[in-house]
Write a protein that binds this ligand. Sequence first.
Ligand code: NDP
Ligand code: HSE
Length: 436
Amino acid sequence: MQPVRVGLLGMGTVGGGTIRVLKRNAEEISRRAGRGIVVTQAAARDLKKQRIVDTAGISLTTDPFAVVNNPDIDVVVELIGGDTIARELVTKAIANGKHVVTANKALIAKHGNEIFAQAQAKGVMVAFEAAVAGGIPIIKAIREGLAGNRIEWLAGIINGTSNFILTEMRDKGREFSDVLTEAQALGYAEADPTFDVEGIDAAHKLTILAAIAFGIPLQFTKAYTEGITNLTSEDVSYAEQLGYRIKSLGIARRAANGIELRVHPTLVPARRLIANVDGVMNAVLVKGDAVGPTLYYGPGAGAEPTASAVVADLVDVVRMMTADPENRVPHLAFQPDALSDIPILPMAQVKTAYYLRLRAQDRPGVLADVTRILGDLKISIEAIVQKGTADGVATIILLTHRVLEQNMDDALERIKKLPTISGEIMRIRMEALNAN
Ligand code: NDP
Ligand code: HSE
């Protein structure tokens, strides 16, 4: 049988890795897919640029539309990124009746609903395993492996760049900007690295995970997003002293009145496996009602780990090419006409525990004022640590039990107004991530 002909859009970190893996493992891949899979045409901006792979035998072009319009291409692999030209290319490829594989989480999180509807109408597949958590097959795990479960919550380290930065800063005391530059050189970071460090990339991925976990449409604009740029080494150190690690987590939870969808730095008990996921590694904890808590771990970024997921999608597409479109695995795990309209909760209605750091004058009654305000708003305290300083100002660290975010917002407003409190109050959310 003829090999499946792939048209590749983008030959950068992931595109280069994909060509390399397809070439190196060609025989193994063909034995799995039942047919060979060969990149016959590829597009990039600059054809003179040095590539991480030998592109001999591939027809190269600077016009990506030539690839999606090429009648000899069976499957288009989109590895350009962003949601402008990539969106046009994917839409055109679908209109031309081609199956699509993409690693583009921004595109899927923002425009996936319409892209999947177009694909459904044309009877083609759009596969996106590489879009979330790099090489970890988390889409397949949730969409297929956990299909018997009612998913209760999931929480993940789903941005390799920010986890790499936090780890290097904590373990080696390195500067933020220095580690970010290294992450860029290693090919981990997005074209715009603020997406990584401001939690936007993680919010794209979380949006996708929540959709396939809960059977809801993709709703990126409703995700709460907070990055790692305001974290201080002081807070990292206090968290460690109290038995916690600070991780940038994406959390999606089914609550009684809606779905929580949030990305933010989070204190996690240091004994949890996920608290010990370091460097560019990602991990996703998924709690299903039948299976209980499950953990998926692996490299979250980089050329070949991401190519691993891209190629797995290609194998899936090849296996499913002859299947009746009605009987294929639905793009968002649930049948398109069975998606739920359960709302995404505003942050004020989210329940979580907190780490608070504040500076207060070191004299009698000050702590009592603070705890009275917390008590009035039904915020129960788990621990208090006070560190005296020479200038008569003390640092107070408070850990609270779970409370509605609105109550914490109100409490902080009132505490800030106390004449004995100076400067900003640092608030970091805290999650137990236990089996409940
Ligand atoms: P790169 O920047 O390394 O590669 C992008 C490629 O797209 C380059 O080859 C570039 O060409 C090409 N390109 C850009 N614009 C055009 C255009 N107008 N026409 C033709 N080609 C174009 O990005 P990555 O490989 O890192 O990322 C690709 C996608 O994969 C993104 O969606 C990203 O979010 C996602 N992803 C990345 C991961 C990673 O670890 N890097 C992991 C998981 C997903 P040229 O080389 O000539 O400039
Ligand atoms: N920039 C992303 C990250 C790439 O660092 O996780 C993988 O999606």
